[in-house]
Design a protein around this ligand. Structure first.
Ligand code: GLC
Length: 793
């Protein structure tokens, strides 16, 4: 294992001859022969395929790109003054013997001299980035949002196993997820580079050599996909179109999840449900970590601790709490254990080069690993998993240890497809294929349902099958701060459905940290409280009434805004925009380039959480209440402070002090927030009545609200509607127009407008599908409703 080390560019052989053929360009020199082909993939996306003659297995083993885009329309090169030129719909590529120049949507990028080379199987592309002022994406990463000056080792690892003594640092690399995708920023133009090679690769945005962006694939061939901007949303959407978007999750998966390694008995789960009810906190799922299994045997329950898991899970479901179980890929190597025996018989396990079953050493001891790259294995797995989920009435699967974590045993001996394919071709894709197989299980259970899967490891494209959590973090402020840029970059890298272990997994949390974590990540796409065995318990009620009330507020606020979050998921599925976004997604200016301690949910809500504890940063005491202070950057325009109930003018940085139970949260002028005002009963939610919280000071408030059944996959074939909502204030009148269209019955949702910060509004003119009514606005429809947020939330 070597961490982040790359091959020195001077160790690469550089071509010195260029031969243009009818369909490709051949670059050659001492020790190097590279074939380069170009293809138009779709508007704004083109591909350069590098074929290195030294690569022993030239096949593309990556499953990142959607099948529709794998062929592409070949673009023929032509020779112009010693340079091969590809002119494609999306842009222009100029290839010299050892140089490459790209130009897409006004963004030009050129390699340094001798910037194209090979070192055996390794490929080098080295671009000059002196004019680049930001770099984003890189998948799941530690440290800051802007990756300029940083590097990324694209290799999936079990972080805590690798960084045994240093996991609590905030600069480890590699991580559980490998996505070789970089978004470069030059002024207000962006360009996406996706290096499709499933093997280990290094992305280096000027750490090794300032002013240069280096890509090194250590083996195999690379397809470089170029994704045009000019804007950041255009790049991100194109990447999402190329590698796939997350399907719509079931609504319950967007609620609050409670998990802990160490919940061990049926009684504990019943008690947890009762404690949530007593604490008046909704919870949508309880999670079973490895403790539920019989001696770590996959697809079993400990019969003593869980005599009737199906009855338990059905009882939980009756009160709106779903069950999710952990499912590790490792199968206990134990003749007589049915899962092992059937897998062995069907030859589904990974093998060594000589055809032995590859053996790791993980929780169950000696462990074998399904080779998910084989269709037969996926069918075998899907059968077992579906049977298990059905028999124990479990609603979702948590795919862990799939980096793959092989414990005390080296991974390199694990080969794929009956030993034929070396480890590195599928190492980074192990979790991806596991997620694909698990999705197949869900399809067997309910072909028209919406599965929920969560995976630790992932590669480009895994978002099509599963949500991702960011693995074993630590209960420290540093890791809380890191959670924002980490989830934001993961979101820009196509994995919209993600989140960290709230509260921190390793080590002991404390009252303040747990509270701030719930506020900071309470509006993240995935929101789960999870902690390690032997760490301090961290359920919301563990630290007394003050923190409990504050955490309750954060969780209930999420449930109130669940319709908005769901709409963000719908918009993601249609267009590819992430759920949570750095501010530079929507706002231009140098002040946003590094900004990663605040973020947007959709394009309308700005969250600026408190990320430091008492004694660690600015704080004040107001009316005897201790408050932590931070600065908040509000983009131009008006913002409604939902915490204090007042409009604040943006285009500046403001100081903000927040008591333990306060989260600085702002809605932009022109926002429409669909809000659930009904009773909070865990995952039960009747969304047939929605409040539309309207923020219209100077701007027209607009929103497209997607109408669908929220349960089936009918939306995927177009069976959904859109309610187009527009609201504005005209004198004393609030005019709201709602027009439904599309393939969904109209008038199934009743919308109640609620207007914020607009005391002059007295009258509501509401036009729904062409029918207008005029009536006085009720007091609660025109007061600023933060008090309501406080009461209901
Ligand atoms: C791994 C997982 C963690 C889980 C533990 C026990 O460390 O990342 O979430 O609790 O294994 O299963």
């Amino acid at each position: 294992m070597f961490f982040g080390q790359k091959i020195h560019p001077l160790n690469f052989d550089v071509p010195d001859t260029l031969i243009v053929e009818s369909d490709k360009v051949e670059l050659a020199g001492p020790g190097v022969r590279l074939g380069v082909r170009a293809a138009d993939v779709f508007p704004g996306c083109l591909r350069l395929r590098f074929a290195n003659a030294a690569v022993t297995d030239p096949r593309q083993h990556s499953d990142a790109v959607l099948p529709d885009w794998r062929a592409g329309r070949p673009v023929a090169p032509r020779l112009e003054a010693e340079t091969a030129v590809f002119v494609a719909e999306a842009g222009r590529i100029e290839l010299g013997a050892a140089t490459l120049r790209l130009e897409l949507a006004g963004f030009a990028l050129t390699t340094v001299a001798a910037g194209v080379g090979a070192c055996g199987e390794a490929l080098l592309l080295d671009f000059a980035i002196a004019a680049v002022d930001g770099c984003y994406g890189f998948g799941e990463r530690t440290k800051r949002l802007n990756k300029l000056g940083d590097s990324a080792d694209c290799l999936t690892v079990d972080v805590v196993a690798v960084f045994r003594h240093t996991y609590a640092r905030d600069d480890y690399d590699p991580t559980y997820v490998a996505i070789p995708f970089a978004i470069l920023k030059n002024g207000e133009r962006f360009l996406g580079l996706f290096f499709d090679n499933p093997g280990r690769a290094i992305l280096d945005a000027g750490k090794f050599q300032p002013g240069e962006f280096g890509y090194q694939a250590l083996g195999g061939n690379t397809d470089l996909y170029l994704l045009a901007g000019p804007s950041l949303p255009e790049v991100v959407r194109r990447y999402a179109a190329l590698t796939g978007r997350a399907p719509l999750p079931p609504l319950w998966a967007l609620g609050y999840h409670q998990c802990r390694w160490g919940y061990q008995y049926e009684a504990e789960f019943r008690e947890l449900a009762a404690q949530f009810a007593a604490a008046d906190i909704p919870v949508s799922a309880l999670w079973y970590d490895i403790d539920y299994m019989d001696d770590n045997r996959l697809f079993t329950w400990d019969q003593v601790d869980f005599p009737d898991p199906a009855a338990l899970n059905r009882d939980l479901k009756a009160v709106g709490i779903r069950a999710v179980t952990i499912v590790d890929p490792g199968v206990k190597r134990e003749p007589g254990y049915a899962v092992y025996d059937s897998g062995r018989q069907q030859r589904v396990f990974c093998q060594t080069a000589s055809g032995r079953e590859y053996v790791g050493k993980v929780w169950p001891g000696d462990t074998v690993f399904p080779d998910f790259t084989l269709e037969t294995t996926r069918a075998w797995w899907a059968g077992w998993l579906a049977g298990f989920l059905r028999a124990s009435a479990v609603d979702g699967a948590w795919l862990d240890m799939n980096d793959p974590a092989t414990g005390y045993s080296r991974t390199q001996e694990m080969r794929f497809q009956h030993g034929a394919i070396p480890h590195d071709r599928y190492h980074n894709q192990y979790a991806h294929y596991m997620a694909m197989a698990s999705r197949q299980a869900c399809d067997q259970l309910d072909p028209n349902g919406r599965p929920f899967l969560l995976t630790r490891s992932a590669c480009a494209g895994t978002q099509r099958y599963s949500a991702v959590w960011t693995g074993d973090n630590a209960s420290t402020w540093k890791h809380l701060r890191m959670a924002l840029p980490c989830s934001l970059n993961l979101s820009l890298s196509g994995v919209a459905f993600n989140g960290p272990d709230a509260g921190g997994f390793m080590d002991d949390t404390n009252a303040e940290l747990l509270t701030r974590w719930h506020q900071a990540c309470g509006l993240f796409p995935f929101f789960r409280n999870h902690s390690a065995k032997h760490s301090r318990f961290q359920e919301p009620w563990q630290f007394g009434p003050g923190p409990l009330a504050a955490i309750r507020g954060a969780i209930r606020t999420r449930y109130r805004l669940l319709p908005y979050l769901y709409q963000c998921f719908f918009a993601h599925w249609r267009e590819g925009d992430p759920i949570i976004r750095p501010l530079l997604y929507h706002y231009a200016g140098p002040e946003y380039v590094h900004l990663d301690d605040q973020y947007l949910v959709g394009d309308a809500l700005l969250v600026a959480p408190i990320l430091h504890g008492e004694g660690q940063g600015p704080e004040i005491v107001r009316n005897g209440v201790k408050m932590q202070e931070r600065s908040v950057l509000l983009p131009p325009g008006w913002w409604f402070d939902l915490n204090r109930g007042e409009w604040v003018e943006g285009g500046r940085v403001i100081p903000y002090a927040a008591a333990l139970d306060e989260l600085p949260l702002f809605a932009r002028d022109g926002a429409v927030l669909p809000y659930y005002a009904g009773p909070l009963r865990n995952s039960f939610m009747d969304l047939s009545a929605i409040e539309l919280h309207l923020f219209c000071r100077e701007r027209l408030a607009q929103f497209s609200y997607f109408l669908d059944d929220r349960e089936t996959r009918r939306y995927a074939t177009g069976a959904y509607g859109i309610a187009r909502i527009a609201a504005e204030i005209q004198g004393e009148r609030l005019r709201v127009v709602i027009a439904e269209s599309g393939d969904y019955p109209t008038n199934t949702v009743s919308f109640t407008p609620v207007v914020y910060g607009c005391p002059e509004a007295r009258e509501l003119e509401l036009t729904v599908n062409g029918r207008a009514t005029i009536r006085p606005l009720h007091a609660e429809q025109r007061e600023w409703l933060c008090r309501k947020w406080a009461v209901l939330a």
